[in-house]
Design a protein around this ligand. Structure first.
Ligand code: SRM
Ligand code: SF4
Length: 584
């Protein structure tokens, strides 16, 4: 029963309804050797296949140079070493030579030329991974704690995340018919692909379940229907006390409940989301509500029920108002609980108490309970690259070839290498040092907690730089910390090139949101636990004034803070906020 509406549906809704298998004219464009880009509706359809049309914004003055970005799916950020080696090879052959770890634990390939897309996506699937539904109006990559499953609880959460991933994949067969069956290439990667397949026991964990059929026998997707979600949908799993996945920013979150040393179920969260538009007060960031308690057996049924509520009640007349967070905000949490009870046949029991104590990744070596080790590595802005004497990409390739750890992408754009034998530790450490990567072991608690989105030159929506200027700005913030006498202390700083919020600046202690070239809205007062939103402190701060504004706040914080008080907690309650002008 879709929400009644007087307003016309968006163009995307009509487009999906007319071509529910999401194939558009992608096949035809791929077959046309003259085509240098996807156009028209296909620019939207390709998103459901994990592809974004982009152009190099540095080159716009001399004309548009098209390429695409391709995003993989990696539940919980897990990438076996053999699969990583395939990605490493593909990024050199078909993309700009880098791999980008994202804020949702996936890899992105940037700068892929039109003629390379087929080979790239076919090879990703041959290596038993996927790009299906990593973008588009569907459930995106499912995030989960990136620390290795060193006990039964973390393993169980990882298993549940994979089960839910598969259940919520769209059942269209067009993806496989276009990219897997429809592309014939021999890239000479036979041995690498064979090893990648063996590393996941020859089974692709991202194969959607078989399509349902209607009365006439035609394939249908009963969960998504013909028009899929009104908008993107994001799901994560967290294990308190670590909120490393920023669970409250997801449309749907599962917070592990552990009793008597066992995972007994999850607290369900619904209604988080961060994207906003400058000047549009109807859009806002929102943290999810706690809905109730579910058992492990209910993970899929409840997830599907929440998806159906979004399907039926999400606003299909305005894409800026279509996320489930607006349904929760406007109809209220009690309404949502009642609607969910109707779907499930009974209300959920109340949520169990839980507490997050922090987020962020552990760097350096940690011993696993099985005697092996894992190594947390700082990856600046998530970009795996070789640049001058910093040969990170080469080092990570050699580590995968020689030692074969599991690669785990974190939701703060860092990397964990797990299941490393005691005997290999010294050699791995030497290899990273020999490749100019000493920084990865110990970045400190500002760089290590920081995040920036890609923005320019690839993102078509960016209003200001982010990834390319963030390291320098963060360096100045560290200098300001030193000058105020609390250098090296933990601080969560995040930056985005526009208000969409891809690096989650809206719940950082300090967030920079691109407003115009060289100008950022300064958001302050989120917390390290990821449970409080930051607020707008100052609009359109020029980049070169950031150290001055932040420096003054740091000096005051150093004087006024109570023992152990974090900057975000202090600034949230400090008398530093601009006073609103009295109403006329
Ligand atoms: Fe995002 C759109 C990059 C996480 C909110 N995001 C985009 C696009 C695809 C731009 C576009 O539509 O043309 C960006 C591609 C840039 C590029 O060149 O690569 C982009 N988003 C990213 C990544 C790569 C940022 C990063 O620094 O890692 C993240 C990829 C995640 C993944 O692997 O799936 C990424 N995006 C997020 C997050 C954070 C999260 O999910 O934890 C958010 C905020 C949470 C949320 O969804 O509310 C986010 N991205 C958006 C939005 C705003 C959505 C909204 O409700 O208004 C857009 C714009 C849109 O959808 O229209 C967007
Ligand atoms: Fe692009 Fe904006 Fe997302 Fe940054 S926050 S990647 S600029 S859409």
């Amino acid at each position: 029963m879709e929400k009644p509406t007087e307003k016309p549906l968006t163009k995307n809704e009509t487009m999906k309804a007319e071509k529910p298998d999401l194939s558009g004219t992608i096949r035809e464009t791929l077959a046309n050797p003259e085509a240098d880009r996807f156009s028209g509706d296909d620019e939207q359809f390709i998103k459901f296949h994990g592809i974004y049309q982009q152009d190099d914004r540095d080159k716009r003055k001399t004309g548009k140079e098209y390429s695409v970005m391709v995003r993989t799916r990696q539940t919980g950020g897990i990438v076996p070493a053999a699969q990583y080696l395939v990605y490493d090879e593909l990024s050199g052959r078909f993309a700009n030579g880098t791999l980008r770890i994202t804020s949702r634990q996936t890899f992105q390939f940037h700068g892929v030329a039109q003629r390379g897309i087929g080979s790239l996506i076919k090879s990703i699937n041959d290596a038993l991974s996927s790009t299906l539904a990593t973008c588009g109006d569907v459930n995106r990559n499912v995030t989960a704690p990136s620390n290795p499953p060193i006990d039964a609880i973390t393993q169980a959460v990882e298993d549940d995340a994979f089960t839910l991933t598969r259940a919520l994949l769209p059942k269209t067969t067009a993806y496989h018919s276009i990219w897997v069956d429809g592309v014939q290439v021999d890239l000479g990667l036979g041995e690498k692909i064979a090893k990648a397949r063996a590393s996941v026991d020859q089974t692709n964990p991202y194969l959607p379940p078989p399509a349902d059929h209607d009365d006439s026998g035609a394939p249908v997707d009963k969960l998504y229907g013909k028009t899929y979600r009104p908008r993107k949908f994001k799901t994560g799993f967290a294990i308190p006390p670590n909120n490393d996945v920023d669970i409250f920013t997801n449309d749907m979150g599962y917070v592990a409940v552990i009793e008597g040393g066992k995972l007994v179920g999850y607290n369900l969260l619904v209604g988080g989301g961060l994207g906003t538009s400058h000047g549009n007060k109807a859009t806002y960031p929102r943290l999810a509500d706690v809905i109730g308690f579910i058992t492990r057996e209910q993970v899929v049924t409840v997830g599907e029920a929440v998806i159906r509520i979004h399907r039926d009640w999400g606003d299909r007349t305005d894409r800026k108002h279509a996320r489930i967070k607006y349904v929760l905000q406007e109809k209220g949490v009690e309404w949502f609980r009642a609607e969910l009870a109707k779907e499930l046949g009974a209300p959920l029991p109340a949520a169990k108490p839980f507490l997050f104590k922090g987020q962020g990744d552990a760097f350096g070596w940690t011993k696993q309970t099985d005697g092996n080790w894992f190594l947390g590595l700082f990856i600046e802005t998530g970009r795996v690259k070789d640049a001058g004497t910093y040969q990170l990409k080469t080092a990570l390739r050699k580590i995968a070839e020689q030692f074969g750890p599991v690669y785990r992408l974190t939701a703060t754009q860092n990397l964990i290498l797990s299941d490393i034998k005691e005997a290999d530790k010294a050699a791995i450490e030497k290899l990273l040092h020999d490749h100019g990567c000493g920084i990865v072991f110990n970045p400190g608690l500002v760089k290590g907690r920081g995040m920036a989105c890609p923005a320019l030159p690839t993102c078509g929506l960016s209003l200001a730089e982010s990834e390319r200027v963030f390291p320098a700005i963060l360096g100045k913030i560290e200098d300001a910390q030193d000058a105020a006498g609390f250098g090296g202390e933990e601080l969560v700083v995040r930056m985005t090139g526009c208000p969409n919020g891809c690096a989650r600046p809206y719940n950082a202690e300090i967030g920079f949101v691109g407003k115009a070239p060289g100008k950022y809205n300064l958001m302050l007062g989120g917390n390290r636990e990821g449970t409080r939103l930051a607020r707008l402190f100052k609009e359109s701060v020029p980049a070169d004034e950031i150290p001055v504004v932040i420096g003054a706040l740091f000096n005051q914080y150093a004087k006024e803070r109570t023992a152990g008080q974090a900057f975000g907690d202090w600034v949230d309650g400090a008398a530093v906020w601009p006073v609103a002008a009295p109403q006329a």
